[in-house]
Every structure is written in C-alpha cells, then in structure tokens.
Design a protein around this ligand. Structure first.
Ligand code: GSH
Length: 108
C-alpha cells in the first residue's frame, strides 16, 4: 500500500503533478562549511526539487561522530535517505545516473 502511495506520481505525472513532500523520502545531508562536494550534492537535490534536512557538522564533534557511526564514512557530505546511508556526492550522482535515485526518493 505504501509503495502504491509512493508511486502515485506515475499516475499524477502525466498531468505534471508532483506528490506532496509528505510522500517523498526523508533526506538528511550531513555537511561542513567548506565542502565543494556538499555544494554539489545539495545542488543535485535542489535541481530535483527534493527537500532535505541539512546537518552542519563543522563545529559539532558529537554530530560528526554520529555521522561517522551511522554512515561508516568520515567525509562530508553523507546522505541518508529514509535513514539509510547512501554515501557521499559521488554515490548520489551514480544513483542518479543509474536511474535508481528517483525510486529511492519516492519520485518514481
Ligand atoms: N567521494 C566523496 C568525497 C568527499 C570529500 O572528499 N569531502 C571532503 C570535503 S568536500 C572531505 O570530507 N574532506 C575531509 C576528509 O577527507 O577527511 C564524495 O563524493 O562525497
């Protein structure tokens, strides 16, 4: 049922409609202040019209530790979709290039 709701955009898509953000995946992007890869990741999500929560770990060691623990990676950005770590900008771009990102985001 949930997947049907998630894929509702296919039916709406023909009319050019988009699902309300409540149907879209929850996206969290851990970032830091000086971070070109963070800029690229956010630009890609912005381009797709995907809302996300940004967590700046620049000056918060505890938050950074949590990011490392939850993602298994030390670099920023780290991107989570519905709580699952998908990696950094390059992994995000690979998912987009493969055509897998939209379904993860609840857009397909
Ligand atoms: N392959 C990673 C590269 C990320 C990366 O190198 N991020 C830099 C900031 S833009 C970083 O965290 N540098 C600190 C470090 O390598 O410990 C991605 O695509 O996100």
């Amino acid at each position: 049922m949930w997947r049907a709701a998630r894929s509702g955009r296919a039916a709406c898509g023909r009319a050019g409609l988009r699902l309300p953000s409540s149907f879209m995946a929850q996206v969290t992007v851990y970032t830091a202040l000086v971070c070109p890869f963070c800029v690229r990741a956010k630009r890609l999500l912005d381009h797709k019209g995907v809302p996300y929560e940004e967590v700046d770990v620049s000056s918060d060691a505890a938050l950074r530790d949590k990011m490392v623990e939850d993602s298994g990676r030390r670099t920023v950005p780290q991107i989570f979709i519905d709580g699952s770590p998908i990696g950094g900008y390059q992994e995000l771009q690979i998912l987009e290039n493969n055509g897998d990102l939209d379904s993860l985001l609840g857009l397909a």
